[in-house]
Design a protein around this ligand. Structure first.
Ligand code: UT7
Length: 316
């Protein structure tokens, strides 16, 4: 039988620079009131000009490693979920692994946009279960602000930078599965709803269409992830969806019947950090004392592709 896996530790990193809604209102015609009420963001973090996706991935990865209690030498797979690397080659994962002192791991980047962390977590867990790796470091890291048109008010107010990470390893003998079966998929027929048009460096999205999709198509995916993990939504100690828009988060939570206090709302001060948002939100809930170790929590990633993935984890 395949061994069970679990998250052994996690951590997040955010750049120092805070950009408020009022700061953005100096660049584009918008307001703090509009952004708070329509998106739920009060402020976001923006990486420094020389701060790279790899720098942020390294910082988050180091925290997750420290939290796991494992040495870098015991990691043999590193997956970095990112859709905003400075350049496609070299990949982020191999360099970050080297910088963290992880020797000769399997290392690759994965692009499933804002669903990336859940995809990478599933790939890592399955690799450990199948015996292709003993332990894996999974990182979601993004410098979305390098891919923005700062004069497009429908995108520049949303996206932000940061990284979050988790270490995946085998569960102890007799322990239940700590990373439930992933329910993942995509809607490539709607791929044009979020793009970076060729030859540009600027994300464009049909916000209303993505909003409609997110609030109607994803709660069944979340329910199926719960069903496959054998957990009733009412028994979830936390719901940590991708932090895209607080109205989307609250709409999905309502449909699942999950009380608001159990729902991650890191978007308020972190913005939308794409594949980093779920591990960052997990880290924030831990800091706030809102996580219950040993209890189930639901992760739900969704975004460009359109791609989505959900799984129930046991909170470490
Ligand atoms: O993580 C990747 C996945 N992406 C998403 O999940 C994004 C999903 N979509 C959304 O979050 C929302 O659709 C947005 C936040 C992008 C936009 O919010 P909305 O409530 O759907 O606004 P809208 O696009 O329907 O625009 C309503 C009005 C428009 O003005 P008119 O035409 O009614 O006069 C916009 O021009 O709001 C205007 N508007 C703004 N006004 C002030 C658009 N952006 C802004 C802005 N400030 N920043």
């Amino acid at each position: 039988m395949m061994p069970a896996t679990k998250i052994l530790g996690f951590g997040g990193y955010q750049p120092d620079k805070v950009v408020t809604n009022d700061d953005l209102a100096k660049i584009v015609e918008t307001s703090d009131e509009w952004i708070r009420s329509r998106v739920g963001i009060a402020s976001r973090r923006v990486a420094g000009p020389d701060e790279t996706v790899g720098d942020m991935a390294e910082a988050a990865g180091a925290k997750a490693l420290a939290a796991s209690g494992l040495t870098p030498a015991s990691i043999d797979l590193v997956i970095v979920a990112t859709c905003s690397p400075e350049t496609p080659i070299p990949n982020v994962a191999a360099t970050v692994a080297h910088r963290l002192g992880i020797v000769a791991p399997g290392a690759y980047d994965l692009n499933a946009a804002c669903a990336g962390f859940c995809y990478a977590l599933a790939a890592a867990s399955d690799s450990v279960r199948a015996g292709s790796a003993r332990t894996a470091l999974v990182i979601g890291a993004e410098k979305m602000t390098a891919w923005l048109d700062w004069y497009d008010r429908s995108t520049c107010i949303i996206f932000a930078d940061g990284a979050g990470a988790a270490v995946v390893g085998p569960a102890a003998d007799g322990e239940p599965q700590g990373i439930g079966p992933v329910v993942w998929g995509s809607a490539g027929d709607q791929a044009e709803k979020i793009t970076i048009p060729e030859g540009t460096h600027a994300i464009r999205q049909d916000g209303q269409a993505v909003f409609r999709w997110a609030t109607t198509a994803l709660h069944p995916i979340a329910l199926e992830a719960c069903r496959r993990a054998g957990v009733a939504p009412a028994d979830l100690s936390a719901f940590i969806p991708h932090q895209a828009n607080l109205r989307i988060i609250e709409a999905i939570a309502r449909r699942l019947g999950i009380p608001r206090e159990r729902v991650a709302d890191d978007i308020v001060t972190a913005g939308n950090t794409s594949s980093a948002s779920i591990p960052l939100a997990l880290s924030r809930m831990a800091e706030q004392g809102r996580l219950q170790p040993g209890k189930p929590a639901l992760l739900l990633g969704f975004g460009a592709g359109l791609s989505y993935a959900a799984q129930v984890i046991t909170v470490p």
